[in-house]
Design a protein around this ligand. Structure first.
Ligand code: C2E
Ligand code: CA
Ligand code: CA
Ligand code: CA
Length: 279
């Protein structure tokens, strides 16, 4: 039987066309959003697995259009990578995270580090790491004040210049985490060559660990290899007490997830940290 009759094929073309129009429109709106102050960074605490104390925060991009509903970064980041808009977006994130960290320092709100996400296509622009350093300096920050998170694929594709740039940041004291660990299409050999300080176990493993022995085994292996390489190990996407118990048994260092805190706007972080009674 003909699976796609004439009508079926036309329908398919129409859907494809609509999808492309939607994506183009979204990118046009995103470009305007940059100028219109519709973007913000929200922050999700990472806590010590042992004490539950807040150690760092991860900065996550939020787009709340003046009209219409919020758009998820899971939707607009991949499109921004394709359209090239990611460079302006990435610059904005670096600048905003530095500005916020400097403001927090001035207010006595001690967030030891803000980690930002850097996508692979951002690293195709050779001066990105220099610009990052310049931004730290311009805001009077130390290299340890802002960290970066990269995914495995970014490292696999990294050319010589990027690698040198990452090494320089690493030796200056910038923390570099490998994000979504275990989900890339890669062998582990890249771990030998890259300057890294932390490993974030992907939340899909964390999610399934209580029910699936395979996920537990992979997590245990990740913690083991991370610690043997001298890396800090972070479990992300922790939502339940059951998951937390497992993660503690595995001796993960840091935990991030809805069980403790959801991503929140900067003022909520301030309330959390400044409102806390210190001994
Ligand atoms: P990611 O870097 O893996 O960030 C973690 C995602 O998991 C965030 O989604 C966070 O809100 C969510 N999350 C945190 N805790 C939990 C939990 O307990 N359960 C569940 N189900 N989810 C949890 P979000 O904010 O929607 O971001 C999605 C992705 O978009 C990020 O994944 C990252 O890849 C990308 N992204 C976000 N902000 C930026 C940015 O500034 N630059 C770049 N290049 N990418 C970004
Ligand atoms: Ca991340
Ligand atoms: Ca992640
Ligand atoms: Ca992810």
């Amino acid at each position: 039987a003909k699976l796609a009759g004439r009508g079926g094929l036309q329908f398919f073309h129409q859907r494809l066309h609509d999808e492309l129009v939607y994506q183009l429109d979204l990118m046009e709106r995103l470009e305007k959003a940059l100028d219109r102050d519709e973007l913000s960074l929200w922050y999700q605490p990472q806590v010590s697995a042992v004490s539950g104390r807040i150690e760092n925060v991860e900065a996550l991009l939020r787009w709340l259009p003046a009209e219409g509903a919020a758009v998820s970064p899971a939707e607009f980041i991949p499109l921004a990578e394709q359209s090239g808009l990611i460079h302006r977006l990435g610059d904005w994130v670096v600048e905003e995270a530095c500005r916020q960290q400097a403001a927090w320092r001035a207010a006595g709100c001690l967030v030891s580090r803000i980690d930002i996400n850097v996508s692979g296509s951002q690293l195709t622009r050779p001066d990105i790491l220099e610009r990052f350093e310049a931004c730290l300096q311009a805001h009077g920050l130390a290299p340890g004040d802002i960290g970066i998170e990269l995914t495995e694929n970014v490292l696999i594709d990294a050319d010589h210049q990027i690698l040198e740039g990452l090494r320089r940041l690493y030796h200056r004291g910038v923390r570099i985490a490998i994000d979504d660990f275990g989900t890339g299409y890669s062998s582990l050999s890249y771990l030998k060559h890259f300057p890294l300080t932390a490993l974030k176990i992907d939340r899909t493993f964390v999610h399934d660990a209580p029910k699936q022995p395979e996920d537990r085994a992979i997590m245990e292996a990740a913690v083991f290899i991370g610690h043997r390489l001298g890396l800090e190990v972070v479990a992300e996407g922790v939502e339940t007490a059951e998951q937390l118990t497992l993660i503690r048994e595995m001796h993960c260092d840091l935990v991030q997830g809805y069980y403790f805190y959801r991503p929140m706007p900067a003022p909520d972080i301030e309330r959390l940290l400044l409102g806390r009674v210190t001994a």
